[in-house]
Design a protein around this ligand. Structure first.
Ligand SMILES: Cc1ncc(COP(=O)(O)O)c(C=O)c1O
Length: 370
């Protein structure tokens, strides 16, 4: 492997973060969310690492669930978007997948299905996200139907928070009130109502959002979804280290531009290091001048627009850094210094979810040991 760019994966950190998610909500069981190729980390490698700990997994769709089954993962797998075509129901029943039901047509399909056995249904409540799911009256009507249906062997209430990552918790508390009212109403009719409520932000910071299950995604990978400080977030460990090397060094005079569009203009005699990593690898082209990187563990910054296969960094204050110097785009450098993907994301006017899921197949994933 000659090109030095790689995404190193620390699966011990993944297990540590999973245990932390369990510690945040000890009375609840944690579904490990592995959708979008485990947020870019490799779904099968992550599932195998978590299988001894996690009672179940969650993915977006049946293709992602089948990849895990074919890789030998035999734990229950929740389909967070449910099925897209009625024909998937047979596979869902055969493979023991648990499916979200968010629309009338899906419930009708379950009711008219002829399956070898009943399926586990996760009925989606729209508590305020207004994306997928049923409002209160439709939810109650469907719940009663499914509870009686021989096609179903268990019904869960599943919902999603829109703003649990923010500073103002008023809307998350409003969603919680909607959930509690619905639950109270169903329990008053004699139903048991197992719930799955919390994503990572709610797992970390919304203690009242703990149902029988919670669904951490991003935090498993060591990124912090919260806009505010939180003692649990401070204990997250990065799973992915995006690492490359300086492949060329040049000196530019004051006033000279660097890279496409000449965005960076040297204000002094400047040593520019060229790094093998670009937007063709998934590194965000919106990274501004000043976006942090570590070179041999020491902080410096991007200078010039990100190109397809390369980016340029300012090495002026790192005179010993030369061709072959290790560059950490995010994650943990060999000397233990760290650069959080959340900090890089802020310089790209985005969130760490997009940076992690955006790393392209071109970048080899290497499981790091120790
Ligand atoms: C329905 C659902 N549940 C859980 C998650 C996991 O969220 P997070 O990565 O914030 O933990 C997501 C993520 O997009 C989701 O869409």
């Amino acid at each position: 492997m000659a090109r030095p760019l790689r995404a190193k994966l620390d699966l011990d950190a993944l297990r540590h973060n999973y245990r932390l998610a369990c510690e945040c909500a000890p009375e609840s069981r944690a579904l490990a969310v592995l959708k979008a190729n485990a947020y870019g980390h490799g779904a099968l490698a992550c599932a195998r690492a978590l299988e001894p700990l996690a009672p179940a997994f969650a993915v977006a769709c049946i293709e992602e669930a089948l990849e895990l089954r074919e890789g030998g993962i035999d734990k229950p797998i929740v389909l967070l978007e449910g099925f897209f075509e009625e024909s998937e129901l047979e596979i869902i029943a055969r493979e023991g997948f648990w499916t979200t039901l968010h629309s009338d047509w899906q419930i009708e399909a379950v009711e008219r299905s002829r399956l070898p056995g009943p399926i586990n249904a996760w009925l989606k409540f729209d508590s305020g996200m207004h994306r997928l799911g049923f409002g209160t009256e439709d939810f109650v009507r469907h719940w009663r139907r499914l509870a009686l249906s021989p096609k179903v062997c268990g019904v869960h209430l599943v919902t999603h928070f829109a703003t649990a990552d923010g500073v103002d918790m008023a809307y998350a508390n409003h969603q919680l009130a909607e959930i509690e009212a619905l639950r109270y109403r169903l329990e008053a009719e004699g139903y048991e109502v197992p719930c799955c409520l919390a994503n990572s932000p709610a797992t970390l910071a919304l203690a009242r959002a703990r149902g029988q299950w919670h669904r951490p995604g991003l935090m498993l990978y060591g990124a912090d979804p919260l806009e505010r400080a939180n003692p649990f977030s401070a204990r997250l460990r990065p799973v992915m280290t995006l690492e490359s090397e300086v492949i060329a060094v040049r000196s530019v005079e004051p006033g000279e531009p660097v890279g496409y569009g000449g965005r960076f203009i040297a204000s002094r005699q400047t040593r520019i290091g060229v790094v093998a990593c670009g937007y063709g690898d998934g590194y965000d082209r919106h990274a501004v001048d000043g976006t942090p990187v570590l070179v041999d563990g020491r902080r410096t910054a991007i200078a010039g627009k990100v190109s397809m296969d390369m980016l340029t960094v300012d090495l002026t204050d790192l005179p010993t850094a030369d061709i072959g110097a290790k560059v950490t785009l995010w994650g943990r450098a060999e000397d233990g210094s760290q650069l959080s993907v959340d900090e890089v994301a802020r310089h790209c006017d985005t969130i760490s979810y997009t940076l992690l899921t955006g790393i392209l197949p071109r970048v080899p994933r290497i499981v790091s040991v120790g």
